[in-house]
Every structure is written in C-alpha cells, then in structure tokens.
Design a protein around this ligand. Structure first.
Ligand code: FAD
Ligand code: EGU
Length: 472
C-alpha cells in the first residue's frame, strides 16, 4: 500500500530536559509547532508540592522575557500577576530614600514570583495534547549519536527513551552539558564569584507593604548590597549579597543586628529584630556561578538553552530574560530553515553565542563595578548622568540598561553601541576640557601680550598632540 504523500509525515519527537522556567516555556514553543514533546524534570510536580525549595523567590521580568511569553499568549496573564517597578529606590546609610525612574512612564520592569511563573508555564505546556510532562525523572545518561536517554526515578528504577531532538534546559549544573564537555572543540568556562546571597522576607505592616511597592529597592554599599522586590502578598523579598567570608563572620543573632545596624539600619524595624536573628541562620548563603560555553549544539540531535548554556550572575536581572529570548531566537530559525534541525542547530549556535556571552560579561562587569566602588551616592550620580545625557541627546545616547532591559537589541550590539557612546561622551568631555584650557590661554594672552613668534615654536606640536588625543 502506498500512503506516501497522502498523510503528513509524523512530527518528530522532542525531549525537553528540565521543567524549570526555560524548559516549561520551550515545551510550549515546540508543542505549538506540533512536535511530540516529552518534558523530563527531576523534581516532583511543583504544582502539587507543599514546599517548593529553590533559588530566589521573585525575579525581575523585562522586555525580552515578556516578548517570549507573548508568543505563547501568556504575556497578559503573567503581567497581571506581577508587580510593576517603575523606578529604583536607593536607600542611603542614613535611611534617606531616592527614586530614579527606569525611563518614561510605561517603561517598567515586573516583579514576578518564580514558583508561580513556573507553575503557570507547566500548566500551559500541559494544555497541548501533544505535550507530556514527566516529573520525578532525572536524566542520568544520554547518547548524542542515537538520541537514547536514560532517566532514574526516585524508587531507583530506570527508564529509557530515544528521541529525535534533545533540548537541554536543565539549568546551571546541566547534565546534558556534561556530555558536551567530553567533545573536541567545545569551549567552556565557569567562575564562582566570592559573593553569596541570602533571602530574607520583609512582612507587611498593618496589612500594607512595609515600603513603597512599585520600586526595586536597592541598598548599595560596595562589597555589601541588598535588593528588595515586592510580592503579591505584600511582603518584600530582600536579597543580601556579600562575600562568603563576611557571611561567615556573623555567627550570632546579636552580630546580625550589629551588622545591619552598621549597613542597613532602616531595614531592621521593617524585617523585624527577631525575624532577622532567626532567618539569617535558616539557610546558608547560596553561591553564584557564571558559565560560558560554545557550541550550543551537537549535530542535529541536541541543543542547550537557558542557564544550561549560559548561567549569568544576577547583577543585571537578565538570566531568565536571556533564557526566554533563547526560545524566541530558536523559534525564528525554525521558521527560517523549515524545522530542519541540521540547519537550525548550527545557526542557533552561530547567532546566539555572541549575545549570551555578551550578557554574561555585562553581568560580571556590573558585579565587579558595584563591588568595587558603588555606594548609594555613586549609584545616584551615575544614573543621573546617564539619564541627563540621554535627555540631552535622546537619539544618540541611550543608557546601556535601557537597551538591555527595554529593547530586544542584540546583547552584543548593545555592548558595541555602549562602547561607541562612551567614546562620544569622552571626546565631548575632552572638547569641553580643551575648550576651557584654550579659553584660559586666550584670557592670559590678552592680559600678558607676547610676540607671536614666541608662540609659533610649539603650535604645530600642540595640534599634533590634540589630533592624537581625538583619535583615541
Ligand atoms: P532552572 O530554573 O535552573 O531550571 C532547570 C530545571 O532543570 C530545574 O527544574 C531542575 O530541577 C531541572 N533539572 C536539572 N537537572 C536535571 C536532570 N538531570 N534531569 C532532569 N531535570 C533536571 N533572572 C532574571 O531574568 N531576572 C532576575 O531578576 C533574576 N534574579 C535572580 C536572582 C538570583 C539570586 C539568582 C540566583 C538568579 C536570578 N535570575 C534572574 C536568573 C534566573 O533565576 C535563571 O536564569 C533562570 O532560572 C534560568 O532558568 P532555566 O530554566 O534555564 O534553569
Ligand atoms: C539583582 C538581584 C540595579 C534581582 C543592576 C540595577 C537584580 C535583580 C541594575 C535580583 C542594581 C543592579 C537592572 C534592572 C536589575 C538597575 C539593571 C538586578 C534585578 C544595571 C532578585 N538590574 N536587577 N541594572 O539599573 O539593568 O536598577 O535578585 F542593583 S533590574 Cl545590580 Cl533594569
């Protein structure tokens, strides 16, 4: 019997490894295209779990992440459950609070609950009849040639499955990526930063937010920094960043209060003395790692996305946003290359690596910068200068965080443009400075006239020097 050409070729089987933020979103993307999708997640179903432990409670969702949600029709739903943050609120050591807007009205980021976002995305993936969620499935081993994968379940039993495409979304310590490491011409670097982070909850006061809700609250103190994002239940999640060695120096409840008294005094009554003494010791400080690698694919069989491909330190609020944008980029290539994995995968690596590396570098750069010399005064000053220059030359000078947070400018293009802008600003400053010097000389010459041949000796040289400076 000849059925060829009559019925459409059966859609390929795609395994998404990891049911975290990026995995759950990716499951929707592949299911929407009609693939048979199997999601495998180590953890139990977080929608049924009583206690969800894991990283950070809330996250800043910005333009890139929103665009990715929009493509599966989830943007409205998620933003309706997020809290807009229109500005930062800078807390100085004296307790003074100064707002700095993110941009024009309508330019804001959202504080979203990680667990809720993850649950909603899993539920959305589950609505596709061609997508199937497998919890309590931990990937143990897989084969890049055959697509054969082995999972272990909590009772120790194993399960095997062979698929057409493996999409590794299994986070910063990716089991999928381990296989990449064994291959030739695979670049990999991983860096743990000296800082750890700890999350503390600031409860509501008289049923209301303890601080203004529509802000990203920041306490910049060089090596120590605290950030607070609002939650729907009117609590704030405060994230304290500091070097592990400093975390370890604080060993008693009284020392916690003493430490906060010194650096974050205004937060003590808001978190509460007893809660602070207790919560500081509840969990040890968590580590932060930056991972960069290249290639993102093996043949036409496997591709990695999200933290599995690029874990970034959280100092730009872009980790999830970049991972979500990965899904958009892949989706666009699937359209362009007619879902031909052997063309899409290498192109995905080619296009995406420079951008993911750029955001990893930017986040690390900002970490180093903040740690080195950013206190509340410097933070305010820098942001005001950025905003002022943008105000003077709105088309020419766009702050870096604006390009990163509120546009889909490719990350590596944003960095290029930022370097270019800095050159423009520097030469502007040089212009003002030389203008001032020449003005001063001119005034002096009026006051103390000298013959022109006394000057002519060096004029040529001076012009030469200035020319050289301008081309810097
Ligand atoms: P994950 O969320 O780590 O999910 C990976 C999933 O894979 C997990 O569910 C895990 O159980 C599963 N898994 C792992 N191994 C296996 C295996 N062998 N088999 C099967 N399943 C497996 N990003 C932002 O955009 N904005 C922010 O404001 C922000 N703030 C942050 C603050 C902090 C303190 C930190 C640490 C990160 C922050 N991030 C932020 C980054 C963000 O958390 C990550 O980029 C994002 O969670 C990455 O999603 P993912 O799905 O790739 O990985
Ligand atoms: C860190 C931890 C302020 C959530 C970077 C800004 C962050 C977030 C900033 C965390 C900062 C730092 C930017 C956003 C955002 C700022 C940004 C950082 C959310 C340059 C839950 N960062 N974060 N930059 O501009 O572009 O407000 O844990 F303190 S949102 Cl470190 Cl925009």
């Amino acid at each position: 019997m000849e059925t060829l050409g009559k019925q459409p070729a059966k859609k390929k089987l795609v395994a998404v490894v990891g049911g975290g933020l990026v995995g759950a979103l990716n499951a929707c993307y592949f299911a929407k295209r009609g693939f048979e999708v199997e999601v495998f997640e180590t953890r139990e179903d977080i929608r049924k779990a009583k206690l969800v432990k894991g990283r950070s409670i809330n996250l800043a969702l910005s333009h890139r992440g929103r665009q990715a949600l929009k493509r599966i029709g989830m943007e409205e739903k998620i933003i309706s459950q997020g809290i807009p943050m229109h500005a930062r609120m800078i807390h100085s050591p004296s307790g003074k609070q100064s707002p700095i807007p993110y941009g024009k009205t309508g330019q804001y980021i959202l504080s979203v609950d990680r667990a809720n976002l993850n649950k909603q995305l899993l539920t959305e993936a589950g609505t596709y009849p061609n997508a199937n969620l497998n919890f309590d499935h931990k990937l143990k081993d897989w084969n890049a040639e055959t697509g054969m994968m082995t999972f272990v379940k909590p009772d120790g039993t194993k399960e095997e499955i062979a698929v057409d495409l493996i999409v590794g979304c299994d986070g910063a310590f990716s089991a999928i990526r381990k296989q990449f490491l064994r291959r030739s011409r695979f670049d990999y670097s991983q860096t743990y930063i000296p800082h750890g982070y700890m999350e503390l909850t600031m409860p509501p006061i008289n049923g209301e937010f303890a601080m203004k809700p529509n802000f990203l609250h920041i306490w910049p103190r060089n090596a120590f920094m605290m950030i607070a994002l609002p939650n729907l239940d009117k609590t704030f999640t405060c994230t304290l960043f500091m070097p592990f060695e400093d975390f370890e120096k604080v060993t008693t409840g009284d020392e916690v209060i003493e430490f906060f008294q010194k650096y974050f005094p205004d937060a003590i009554p808001l978190i509460g003395v007893d809660a602070l003494k207790r919560d500081y010791f509840r969990l040890p400080a968590q580590a932060m790692v930056s991972v960069k690698c290249s290639l993102y694919h093996i043949g036409d069989k496997c591709v990695i996305m999200g933290d599995a491909a690029h874990a970034v330190v959280p100092f730009y609020g872009q980790g999830m946003n970049a991972g979500f944008e990965d899904c958009i980029v892949f989706e666009e290539l699937m359209d362009q290359f007619n879902e031909d994995f052997s063309a899409v995968l290498p192109e995905y690596t080619r296009v995406r690596v420079p951008d993911d590396h750029a955001i990893a570098d930017l986040a690390m750069y900002n970490y180093i910068e903040m740690r080195a010399h950013v206190n509340s005064k410097w933070f305010l000053f820098r942001k005001h200068v950025d905003n002022f220059l943008h105000f003077l030359m709105p088309k020419k000078i766009i702050p870096l965080y604006t390009m990163v947070t509120f546009t889909r400018t490719r990350y590596h293009k944003a960095v290029e443009r930022w370097h270019w802008q800095n050159r423009v600003i520097n030469s502007g400053l040089l212009c003002c400075a030389t203008g001032a010097v020449f003005g001063g000389c001119y005034l002096l010459m009026i006051k103390y006239p000298i013959s022109s041949n006394m000057l002519s000796i060096n004029v040529e040289k001076i012009w030469d020097r200035l020319g050289a400076l301008y081309t810097l």
